[in-house]
Design a protein around this ligand. Structure first.
Ligand SMILES: [Zn+2]
Length: 197
């Protein structure tokens, strides 16, 4: 099985589960994560992303050539096709492939930037029957899978936690929250920035 940035990050968010609402409702005790989930692999493209999660920092790639954010992590900007700082894994491509590109030479137009952690829900759906999908991490409880638009202009698939699933609405402002994984990495999930009125 080859590691692909697309697959790994999408698998991560698909596997991310509900955490806060069951344990933290009404009490301030720390959320203890014992729920079973598939933990995402770390690929070469996404290494910096995952390392930063250990400190609760959400990173997005930024293309300085076309001045826009990129998510999921990649070796090449999907908009202008200029390659990023790590060219080692792209050495199989012929250099002449890029001769017609307008980006600056040197292949360093992709950088990592710290995201604000704020986002707007673009769309959300509630999985009411986790067992039907084989998901065990929510222990049978409904969970929310959402597309959120970060302030940096990138769209992520994630879970919305910390509120009732039916309260999640498009347009809702959310902020990143972290769920520990077993190896010290953390899953970026999102929680409402303010209680729905
Ligand atoms: Zn670009």
């Amino acid at each position: 099985m080859t590691a692909g940035g697309d697959g790994e990050v999408r698998a991560r968010v698909a596997a991310a589960g509900v955490t806060a609402e069951a344990g933290a409702e009404g009490e301030d005790k720390p959320v203890k994560t014992e729920r079973t989930r598939m933990e995402p692999p770390v690929g070469a493209e996404s290494g910096p992303f995952w390392e930063a999660t250990r400190n609760g920092t959400l990173l997005v790639q930024w293309c300085t050539s076309c001045d826009r954010g990129i998510f999921y992590p990649r070796f090449f900007c999907p908009y202008c096709a200029v390659d990023g700082p790590d060219n080692s894994a792209a050495d199989q491509s012929d250099q002449s492939d890029q001769s017609g590109q307008s980006g600056p030479s040197g292949g360093s137009t992709l950088e990592w930037r710290t995201a604000s952690g704020r986002a707007i829900v673009h769309a959300a759906t509630v999985e009411h029957n986790p067992a039907a999908t084989g998901a065990t991490f929510s222990h049978g409880e409904p969970y929310v899978v959402a597309l959120v638009d970060l302030d940096e202009g990138v769209r992520m698939m994630t879970n919305i936690v910390g509120c009732a699933p039916e309260d999640v609405r498009p347009g809702m402002t959310v902020t990143v929250t972290w769920e520990p994984l077993s190896d010290g990495r953390q899953l970026p999930l999102f929680t409402p920035a303010a209680k729905p009125a």
